[in-house]
Design a protein. Structure first.
Ligand SMILES: Nc1nc2c(c(=O)[nH]1)N[C@H]1C(S)=C(S)[C@@H](COP(=O)(O)OP(=O)(O)OC[C@H]3O[C@@H](n4cnc5c(N)ncnc54)[C@H](O)[C@@H]3O)O[C@H]1N2
Ligand code: MOO
Length: 410
């Protein structure tokens, strides 16, 4: 066996990603209170139980008038006042009017609402200062939605107006796919908490902050667990603890070939988790699988490797668990503004900054050195240029596909 074969051939990125995503299903739907459901995906169509608005009402503060002639100078007998929230008044008789406030029920028999600015009160009556159009400013029952109408389709992500509509038709809760609970655990003997002094050989645990934030950006409820030492027993305890409240486990570190890289071994003992080398850079060593029904991602420890791995595998997983169909970032084609040597055999993700360009559409500027420990180049990036596995030289001016990370870049 060659050393290469012993090390394991690289699994093509698309194959691995497909395998991961095909194993993921949306979380079972639950009923959530309206504000809890904000941003969640609807698991069932929503129909209106009643009309919205439920009764004819006025769109203006003014007068409800009844009369066959609605010309300027016409005079009506003023017989009362209807406020919003009041019961509908007695029906109006011919030649009668009531004061009426926006949103108040329109009395039966009303021919038009005359805004207060276009009428004048005098000695118990109201005079029109301008002609009124029959039906003016009356909002009819059901004009926004009729009982039985489908208001919101299954699969839709609930935005603010959707929640308003749900409330308007009387729903206190709504059936949605919940947000996955993600537990993020960094591993490594070298890690310390930010704010603590560094002893020789130590670094700060930055991955868990980044990954927890990324999970939240992907719509998950994410918890950062304190990092764990490279010790099989400590790792096992930490992971078992996480499974009590996780729909997904994400770890970083401990998946390569070092003597202390125990994460993959411990996860493989707990469940069906496999370690693979993927044809991608950064992010070659990966472990993925299930412990019970919980998907587990053991990402490589290098900060940019963890960042890119999350983008490519974990983010779409979290979206699918939330019932989303579109799992991909928006993509643009851009002109590469620099030169870059790529390893071949692996799809490479180059951190770039996108700039709008009248001629080229988009230009993609690499954000600096692309080492997998150089997180600052991810800080400066708003896109990842995907360099195919068979490309070894990206020449200035060549066209590249960029995954857009920043919602503001469109
Ligand atoms: N002989 C080999 N060595 C390595 C290989 C290989 O195939 N053969 N793969 C390399 C690649 S590629 C990567 S990526 C890394 C992955 O390493 P691990 O997942 O085992 O991670 P560690 O060794 O624990 O750490 C790598 C690197 O990242 C730093 N790190 C770890 N955790 C954190 C954290 N929470 N916050 C910030 N930085 C972190 C750690 O200090 C190391 O510098 O393996 C290569 N080696
Ligand atoms: O794959 Mo490692 O992620 O290149 O640094």
């Amino acid at each position: 066996m060659t050393a290469r074969a012993a090390a394991g051939e690289l699994v093509p990125l698309v194959e691995y990603r497909r395998e991961v995503l095909e194993s993921i299903t949306p979380l079972d739907p639950i009923d959530l209170a309206l504000l809890e459901a904000h941003g969640c995906v609807l698991a069932a169509d929503v129909t209106a139980a009643g009309d919205v608005p439920p009764f004819d009402n006025t769109a203006m503060d003014g007068y409800a008038v009844r009369g066959s002639v609605l010309e300027a100078g016409e005079e009506f007998e003023l017989v009362g006042t209807v406020a919003a929230g009041a019961q509908a008044e007695e029906p109006l008789g011919p030649g009668q009017a009531v004061r009426i406030m926006t949103g108040a029920p329109v009395p039966e028999g009303t021919d038009a609402i005359v805004p207060v600015e276009l009428a004048r009160e005098r000695d118990g009556s109201v005079l029109l200062e301008e002609a009124a159009r029959p039906g003016a400013h009356i909002r009819s029952a059901g004009e926004s939605a009729r009982a039985g109408d489908t208001l919101l389709d299954r699969g839709r992500s609930l935005g603010a107006p959707d929640l308003g509509m749900l409330a308007a038709v009387g729903n206190r809760s709504v059936r949605v796919h919940p947000r996955p609970r993600v537990v993020v655990v960094s591993t490594g003997d070298e890690l310390v908490e930010p704010g603590r002094p560094l002893a020789p050989g130590q670094i700060r645990d930055s991955n868990s902050y980044m990954l927890t934030a990324m999970a939240r950006e992907a719509g998950a409820v994410a918890y950062r667990q304190l990092f764990v030492r490279d010790d099989p027993r400590a790792l096992r305890e930490a992971f078992e603890g996480a499974f009590s409240h996780a729909d997904v486990l994400v770890t970083s570190g401990g998946v390569s070939a070092g003597l202390h890289d125990h994460v993959k071994g411990v996860l493989a003992q707990l469940g069906d988790v496999r370690f693979r080398k993927i044809g991608m850079k950064p992010g070659m060593p990966q472990a993925f699988g299930f412990v019970d029904r919980v998907p587990c991602f053991a990402l490589p420890g290098n900060p940019v490797s963890a960042f890119v791995s999350f983008e490519v595998f974990v983010r779409p997983t979290l979206l699918r668990m939330q019932g989303r169909q579109d799992l991909n970032r928006p993509r643009v084609t851009a002109v590469f503004d620099g030169t870059h040597g790529s390893p071949g055999e692996k799809v490479e993700f180059v951190r770039v900054r996108l700039a709008a360009d009248e001629e080229a559409g988009w230009r993609a500027l690499p954000t600096g050195e692309q080492g997998s420990g150089i997180l600052q180049s991810a800080v400066l990036a708003d896109g990842l240029a995907e360099i195919p596995a068979d490309v070894t030289e990206v020449a200035a001016g060549s066209r590249v596909t960029v995954h857009v990370l920043d919602d503001d870049v469109r």
